[in-house]
Design a protein around this ligand. Structure first.
Ligand code: PMP
Ligand code: GLN
Length: 380
C-alpha cells in the first residue's frame, strides 16, 4: 500500500549503506564510527555480575539512581557544574534517543532550528517530524569554523533552538572559548534553547579543553547536554547515553522519553555506574585516540589524500581532490568496491549536497586495521 511519507526525502542512513556495502565486498570498514577493538574485560565482567545478581527487570524511567549520581559527580568534577540527579538528568538508549527526545520536546510547528553543516544526520529528520524548520549555517571548509555574523543573521523571532556538536562529527572541529563568548552574547536575554551534542567530550586532542555547555551557567540554563557511553567505553552496541538539563527542560524531555523507551538496559546501567567512578576509565581516552590519529596520518603521509585538521572525535577527513574530481558519494562507493576500503562521503551531511571532495575515515581501529587500510590508500 502506498502511503504519504512523513519524511519523503529521507532514505537509509549513510552509515547503514556504507557498512552494508563494505561487508558485501569484504572491505576494510573505516566508514561507520565504531571501534574494532575489545571492551574492557572488567566492564564486561560487571555487566555479567549484575545480570547474575538479578538486575534484569525495568530500570526506573529516569535511569538507575547510582548511575545518575555517578554522572552528577563526574560532571561536577570535570565541568564544575551541579546537576541534580533527581530533577536534571535522564539516562537514555544512546545519544540518538536523547537527541530525539530533546528536539521533539521543545520544537513546535513553524519553529526555526539553527544548525551547522555538515551536520550529523540525526538532527534534521527529527526537527522536520516536529514541524520545525531547519535553518542551515555553513561551517567553513577546510577549518570548519563558525562565522558568528552568519549565525546572527540566521536568528529570527521564530528561532526556538540551536543545535551544536563539539567535538564535531564529521569534521573533527571543536568549539573554542571565543565561540562560547559569541554564543553567550547571542542567546542571552532570548528564549533560544540549545541542544548540545557532546558525545565525543573525552576524545579531544592537542591539549584542547572541551567546551561543555555545562561549564557556563548562562548556557546551561537553556541547554540539553547530551553524551553517550558508547563512544567513551568502546561500547557503541550497548546504546546507553544521557541528557542533562534544567528541571523545566528535563520534565518535558521525560514526557517523551517515557513513551519512546521508558527505560534503558538495567544491568548495563549498573555496570557503568560502578565503572565510571574510576576516572582512569575515561581520562586516557584523548591520548589513546590522539596516538591513533597520528599513527593513521603517518601511514598515509605519502599518499595523494590530504588530511584536514582533526582536533577531536575518532574521524579523520581526507581531501581526495588530487586523485579525482568524482562526486564524493561515487568515489566512496568505488573505493569500497574496487580498492576495498570504505569511508563516509561528507556531502550527505549538507542539505544541498555541497561536495568538498572530502571523505571521513574512522580511526577507532586496531593498528593492524589502520596499517592495512593505509597501505591501500597509499596506492590510490
Ligand atoms: N551524535 C553524534 C555526533 C554521533 O557521532 C553519534 C554516534 N553515533 C551519536 C550522536 C549517537 O550516539 P549513540 O550511539 O549513543 O546513540
Ligand atoms: N555515529 C556513528 C558515525 O558517525 C554512526 C551511528 C550510526 O550508525 N547511526 O559513524
Amino acid at each position: 500500500m502506498e502511503i504519504d511519507s512523513k519524511l519523503p526525502d529521507v532514505g537509509v542512513t549513510i552509515f547503514a549503506v556504507m557498512t552494508a556495502l563494505s561487508n558485501e565486498n569484504n572491505a576494510i570498514n573505516l566508514s561507520q564510527g565504531f571501534p574494532d577493538f575489545d571492551v574492557s574485560p572488567e566492564l564486561v565482567a560487571l555487566v555479567d555480575r549484575h545480570m547474575r545478581a538479578g538486575h534484569n527487570q525495568y530500570a526506573p524511567m529516569q535511569g538507575i539512581l547510582p548511575l545518575r549520581e555517578a554522572i552528577a559527580d563526574k560532571v561536577k568534577q570535570l565541568y564544575r557544574a551541579t546537576y541534580d540527579p533527581i530533577t536534571e538528568m535522564t539516562v537514555t538508549s544512546g545519544a540518538t534517543e536523547a537527541l530525539f527526545c530533546a528536539i521533539t520536546s521543545v520544537v513546535k510547528p513553524g519553529d526555526e532550528v539553527v544548525m551547522f553543516e555538515p551536520a550529523y544526520d540525526a538532527y534534521v529528520p527529527v526537527v522536520r517530524l516536529s514541524g520545525g524548520i531547519p535553518v542551515f549555517v555553513p561551517l567553513h571548509h577546510p577549518s570548519y569554523h563558525i562565522d558568528w555574523r552568519e549565525v546572527r543573521r540566521a536568528i529570527t523571532a521564530r528561532t526556538r533552538l540551536i543545535i551544536l556538536n563539539s567535538p564535531h562529527n564529521p569534521t573533527g572541529a571543536v568549539l573554542s572559548a571565543e565561540d562560547i563568548s559569541e554564543l553567550i552574547g547571542l542567546v542571552s536575554k532570548t528564549g533560544v534553547l540549545i541542544v548540545s551534542d557532546e558525545v565525543y567530550e573525552h576524545i579531544i586532542f592537542d591539549d584542547i579543553q572541551h567546551e561543555s555547555m555545562a561549564c557556563y551557567p548562562e548556557l546551561a540554563e537553556r541547554s540539553f547536554v547530551i553524551s553517550s557511553f558508547g563512544k567513551t567505553y568502546h561500547t557503541t552496541g550497548w546504546k546507553v547515553g544521557y541528557c542533562l538539563a534544567p528541571p523545566s527542560l528535563t520534565r518535558e524531555f521525560q514526557k517523551i522519553h517515557q513513551f519512546v523507551n521508558f527505560a534503558t538496559s538495567t544491568p548495563v546501567q549498573h555496570a557503568y555506574a560502578e565503572f565510571m567512578r574510576n576516572p582512569g576509565t575515561y581520562s586516557p581516552l584523548a591520548g589513546f585516540y590522539q596516538a591513533k590519529r597520528d599513527f593513521f596520518l603517518s601511514l598515509i603521509e605519502s599518499s595523494r589524500f590530504r588530511p584536514i585538521d582533526c582536533r577531536g572525535t575518532y574521524f579523520q577527513l581526507l581531501d581526495y581532490s588530487n586523485i579525482t574530481d568524482e562526486p564524493d558519494i561515487a568515489f566512496a562507493k568505488r573505493m569500497t568496491l574496487e580498492h576495498g576500503v570504505a569511508a563516509i562521503p561528507t556531502s550527505v551531511f549538507c542539505h544541498n549536497g555541497s561536495d568538498q571532495k572530502v571523505l571521513r575515515f574512522c580511526f577507532a581501529k586496531k593498528d593492524e586495521t589502520l596499517r592495512a587500510a593505509a597501505e591501500i590508500l597509499s596506492r590510490i
